[in-house]
Design a protein around this ligand. Structure first.
Ligand code: NAD
Length: 253
């Protein structure tokens, strides 16, 4: 799969990527670095960030280990960026074992919403004042096929990714006039380390047959990184509030 970089596209810019230790976030971080950005890469897994730093070996990469759902992680990310964030990829996310609402625990609901929605909201809120002051900035949230349909995950994840779509559109609406563009990418299946066990027999019976017949072949993380960096870059200057389905056509089924 060819995902040729655009040299210098992010020269002089500082980008933040969450969930940068693996999968889509890691591919996005590598591409941003290759295109000239300074990247603050954050993840809950310190070992993954250490591996990334060793692999990259660049002083344009700064790492922040922490839970995106925790307010002090947001502060640490802003501090690592010296308060100036030109491009934000709210990408960290977790799944929900495909639990339908009758089988959902409060703990699962709170954790999935905390990581997938509250974290991105807080990070968005934290970077906006600087972006407003400078009159420019781009934000890309990683939504999901589950942000537009019910048959791709359990209830908590589906609700969280629908909320990511709402967060994206609302931020785009309010801050577009201030020079800030906010969009989302909605991946279908992607070959990453995300954990997606079925812990509900009922959900497996309901979701399984639909997934088996409708999902296109899984994408590579680099293909999502190409979509995300396009939305973060000036190449998408006329795009604001869009939910870009980067799913091999799944949503068209
Ligand atoms: P991944 O598990 O390979 O990578 C996600 C990274 O996020 C991991 O390194 C993990 O340690 C980190 N992370 C998890 N919880 C965190 C937290 N609380 N704080 C900070 N970091 C945390 O998964 P991925 O597939 O690359 O997922 C990236 C995004 O893509 C997620 O938002 C996910 O919901 C979304 N997505 C993935 C797929 C898919 O098929 N892989 C499909 C649709 C949407």
């Amino acid at each position: 799969m060819s995902t040729a970089i655009v040299p210098g596209r992010f020269e002089g810019k500082t980008a933040v990527v969450t969930g940068a230790g693996s999968g889509i976030g890691k591919a996005t971080t590598l591409r941003l670095l290759a295109e000239g950005a300074t990247v603050v890469a954050s993840d809950i897994s310190a070992p993954r960030l250490e591996e990334l730093a060793a692999e990259v070996g660049s002083d344009r990469l700064k790492t922040v280990a922490g839970d995106v759902a925790a307010p002090d992680t947001i502060e640490a990310i802003l501090a690592a960026a010296d308060g100036v964030v030109d491009a934000l990829a709210n990408n960290a996310g977790i799944m929900d074992a495909f639990l339908p609402v009758a089988e959902l625990t409060d703990e699962m609901w709170d954790r999935v919403l905390g990581v997938n929605v509250t974290g991105p909201m807080r990070l968005t809120r934290a970077v906006l004042p600087g972006m407003i002051e400078r009159g420019s900035g781009t934000i890309v949230n990683t939504a999901s096929e589950a942000g537009i349909r019910a048959s791709a995950a359990g209830t908590a994840y589906t609700a969280s990714k629908h909320a990511v779509v709402g967060l994206t559109k609302s931020t785009a609406f309010f801050y577009g006039p201030k020079g800030i563009r906010t969009n989302a990418v909605a991946p279908g299946a992607v070959m990453t380390n995300i954990e997606a066990p079925f812990r509900s027999e009922y959900a497996a019976g309901r979701v399984g047959p639909i997934m088996q017949t409708t999902i296109p072949a899984p994408a590579q993380p680099e293909e999502l990184a190409a979509s995300i960096t396009w939305l973060l870059s000036d190449d998408s200057s006329n795009v604001n509030g869009a939910i870009l389905m980067s799913d091999g056509g799944w949503s068209a089924v």
